[in-house]
Design a protein around this ligand. Structure first.
Ligand SMILES: NC(=O)c1ccc[n+]([C@@H]2O[C@H](COP(=O)([O-])OP(=O)(O)OC[C@H]3O[C@@H](n4cnc5c(N)ncnc54)[C@H](OP(=O)(O)O)[C@@H]3O)[C@@H](O)[C@H]2O)c1
Length: 194
């Protein structure tokens, strides 16, 4: 089975963006040490434009070969005129409103999101599946998540978009690693207790 990893940036109080979902305040904290970590450990989770800007667009995939995102998250790229924001991965976008994919590398999942994710997880392969978010899609897929990689930035939002846009239900995870950074960020990994 391939792992589904929800890799996400959040505030100290667990929000992935402001009430509208905007996460740019967290992105402003990215410094050299943190970017070096991303390049070394999670280059596949950096969007293609960012990889180009940071000069590592040619790095081979390390952990993932597939990404799943909701249309809300994908819209951020579309608004910039980017139709394939993760061109180094197979891209799946959950949407019932996008009638046609805007890009040959992007497949739209309109029906049975959970079933499609189970199908992808059942494929053979050494690489995992990057669940990008946002909140709504992560909430729908919470039971399918095998691993969490939570990048926590030293910011309190008070209110915002939650990590999971789902109802109350407890899921148990086991701490794998914690890495701290000079900018006050920390990255924790967890695996699901099965
Ligand atoms: N902090 C971070 O690291 C991070 C990472 C990613 C995203 N974000 C933020 O998250 C925000 C977006 O999150 P969001 O919760 O608003 O939206 P989202 O989860 O990205 O996308 C929601 C959309 O996905 C589609 N969808 C949901 N369930 C579906 C299903 N079962 N089948 C088919 N399509 C389905 C629907 O699209 P249609 O309306 O087209 O049907 C729905 O409107 C963005 O503002 C972004 O900044 C933050």
């Amino acid at each position: 089975m391939r792992k589904l990893t929800y890799y996400i940036a959040c505030s100290l109080d667990g929000f992935i963006g402001d009430p509208s979902g905007d996460a740019t305040a967290m992105m402003q904290l990215l410094d050299g040490e943190f970017l070096d970590f991303l390049r070394t450990e999670y280059p596949d989770a950096v969007p293609t434009q960012g990889r180009r800007a940071l000069g590592f667009d040619d790095l081979p995939n390390k952990r993932f070969d597939t990404i799943i995102q909701g249309r809300g998250s994908y819209d951020l790229a579309l608004k910039e005129g980017i139709t394939s924001p993760y061109a180094h991965l197979r891209e799946y976008v959950a949407s019932r409103s996008l009638e046609k994919s805007p890009d040959p590398n992007v497949e739209i999942i309109a029906d049975d999101l959970v079933g499609k994710v189970r199908e992808l997880k059942a494929e053979d392969g050494a690489f995992g599946i990057y669940l990008c978010g946002g909140s709504q899609v992560a909430g729908e897929l919470v039971d399918e998540i095998d691993e969490l990689v939570i990048k926590t930035y030293p910011l309190v939002y008070g209110a915002g978009m939650p990590m999971f846009g789902s109802g109350f239900a407890i899921s148990e995870f086991t701490l794998g690693s914690v890495r701290t950074f000079g900018n006050g960020a920390l990255v924790r990994t967890y695996s699901r207790k099965r």
